[in-house]
Each structure stands twice: as structure tokens, then as C-alpha cells.
Write a protein that binds this ligand. Sequence first.
Ligand SMILES: O=C(CO)[C@H](O)[C@H](O)COP(=O)(O)O
Length: 216
Amino acid sequence: MQTLISPSLLAADFTNLKADIEMVNNSDADWFHLDIMDGVFVPNISYGLPVVEQIKKIAKKPLDVHLMIIDPDRYVEAFKKAGADILTVHYEACTHLHRTIQNIHNYGMKAGVSLNPHTPVSVLEEIISDIDLVLLMSVNPGFGGQSFIENTYSKVEKLAQLIKEKNASVIIEIDGGVNLETGKKLMEAGANALVAGSFVFGATNPHQTISELKKL
Ligand SMILES: O=C(CO)[C@H](O)[C@H](O)COP(=O)(O)O
């Protein structure tokens, strides 16, 4: 599988968001990664549904929406209406994860499950065949620009092994501290999708940086 690149708009310039969205539209990126934070599940508040709706109007690539919120079932329909194509919820935030996944699929979206750095991939054993994507957090969620947690490489290997054992077809996406160096090692470990925020939007040439990540 080719590397999928999902630039995180959390690190974009919100005073000129349209320009950053156009840059991604015209780049080698595959998706737009949108980080939704509620100030409860994570110690930060980002942006919400009205912003997602506006982004959808000009985005020419699928919206990869990562909900860092408690009890995400309450908002599955709303994010579908706002334009989400892939909806990822946190394992740690769902009491009835299987039902949440069904709910996301019933609305016609791809369903992802995210794991915090401390959560072992083994918790996905009974649900892996029902989901489309696993998002491994390689930083503690809540903020961009943090240092990559090295233990993520072995988590990627364990997850790739689990997917193989179950004969499932699941994208392994990584979020946090991704750059060319960590990205290369992640791909070697078995990842196939990379979220990058500050590495892309903090670069002198974000368009070229996306192409470099894409070539990994
Ligand atoms: O989900 C996030 C934080 O919770 C961000 O998407 C992630 O941290 C990307 O930022 P960076 O590439 O700057 O590390």
C-alpha cells in the first residue's frame, strides 16, 4: 500500500486557512486531518462543527476527522452532516465501542479507532475486523508540536501482526511528532498512513514537505 498522508490542520495558519487548504488540495496529500478536542477528554479545545462544515466546502480531499471527545456517539450524525468521510473515535472514550463503529458505518463513513500511547493494541483483538483504520497516537493527544514517543514503533509492529493474524484489511495511521525520520521508521514498522501537523505547516515549503512524506 502507498503511504497515505493526512496533514493536520491544527498546525495551519487559521488567519489564512483558505490558503492552507488550497495548498493541501494541490499537493500529494490524500486526506485532511481534522483534530476535534473537547477540553475534557484532552486538555485543549480546538474547533468544532461549523469550522468542519466550512472546510468541507473547499476541501477537494476526504476529511479524516479525529474525535478527541468523550462519548463520541452523540456527534456521529452531526459530523457526517458536516462532511466527515472517515470518523475516528478513541477506544478510551467509548463504553460500547462496537455500537459506535456500527453507528459510524450506518452513516456511510469509514470507521477508525484511536489508541492513546499507554493503551496496548491487544484491546483491539475482538474489533479489528470491524474497523477500517487504527490511529495510534505517538504523542499524548491534545497539542501539536510534541516529541514522538519511541515505543510507537513496537506498537505498529504488534498491530500489523494482529491485522495479519485476523486476515483483516485495516489502515495503520500514526499521529504526533511525524517527520521524515520518524515517518520512515514508522513505514518500515508497518504503518501506511501518516498525520503530520507542525512538520508540514511549519516547513518553508509545505507543499514540497508533503511530497517528501508521500515518497517514504
Ligand atoms: O492530534 C494531534 C494532537 O492531539 C495532532 O494532530 C498531532 O499532534 C499532530 O501534530 P504534530 O505533527 O505537530 O505533532
